[in-house]
Design a protein around this ligand. Structure first.
Ligand SMILES: NC(=O)c1ccc[n+]([C@@H]2O[C@H](COP(=O)([O-])OP(=O)(O)OC[C@H]3O[C@@H](n4cnc5c(N)ncnc54)[C@H](OP(=O)(O)O)[C@@H]3O)[C@@H](O)[C@H]2O)c1
Length: 199
């Protein structure tokens, strides 16, 4: 099975790679650090990536940026970061990737706890997360050729505490290893239209 992982060099993506690498052919993609590059904010770049990679059985997105800041300070331009990257970027991976995914393949996108358990400064990210969850639920009933689509909503990873921990006081972190197993469930399981919450 060929599995394309976008965001493979990141904190989350590298755990997904570690979990899957012994059982699947993994194609690692990131913005600049992997052998194959993509910028998910550019539809041309996504098309080019799929042309390079060819047919796959599963697409995993562990990429998607958002601006963190209080609503009173977020400008439309800053909000565009989440709209273009975490929301449209991940949706476009599906829209432009459908024809490259083999029958009974899958897409797995990434959201996050903030849409259900808000923190200060998290509104823009939460907006994108909620959009992805709604898109996945709805798109699942239209996916062709038995293709499934799910999203994963992790709480903060233990490995990200140093970077973001001050924003997540009182949140119990989960290990990247545990979160990665849920991506495996999405790829190898039978469910579709799900939002897997790992809190
Ligand atoms: N870490 C957490 O605790 C946590 C919890 C819940 C949800 N999430 C979500 O999980 C996703 C990944 O988080 P992370 O902590 O793993 O982030 P990260 O460590 O910063 O890694 C981000 C990954 O995405 C790639 N990337 C960045 N911008 C991109 C773009 N425009 N096009 C394509 N790839 C791009 C990076 O590539 P390069 O390395 O080449 O730049 C890297 O591989 C985010 O959407 C985040 O909100 C994370």
């Amino acid at each position: 099975m060929r599995v394309l992982i976008i965001g493979a060099s990141g904190t989350l993506g590298s755990h997904i790679v570690d979990d899957l690498k012994n059982d699947f052919e993994i194609i690692q993609v990131s913005k600049s650090k992997s052998n194959i590059h993509v910028d998910i904010t550019s539809t041309e770049s996504i098309k080019e990536m799929y042309r390079k990679v060819g047919k796959i059985d599963a697409v995993v997105s562990a990429a998607g940026a958002a601006h963190f800041g209080l609503v009173k300070e977020i400008t439309p331009e800053l909000n565009d970061i989440a709209l273009r990257s975490k929301l449209a970027g991940q949706v476009n991976l599906v829209l432009l990737g459908q024809e490259y995914v083999n029958d009974y393949g899958s897409f797995t996108l990434t959201t996050g706890i903030l849409m259900d358990d808000p923190i200060l400064g998290g509104a823009s990210a939460a907006m994108a997360n909620g959009g992805i969850r709604a898109f996945v639920k709805s798109a699942a009933i239209e996916m062709p050729r038995g293709i499934r689509i799910n999203s994963v909503s992790p709480t903060i990873l233990s490995e990200s505490i140093e970077k973001y921990g001050n924003l997540f006081n009182g949140f119990e972190p989960v290990s990247g290893k545990r979160v990665a197993t849920v991506y495996r469930k999405s790829i190898q399981g039978a469910q579709t239209g799900q939002s897997y919450e790992i809190y």
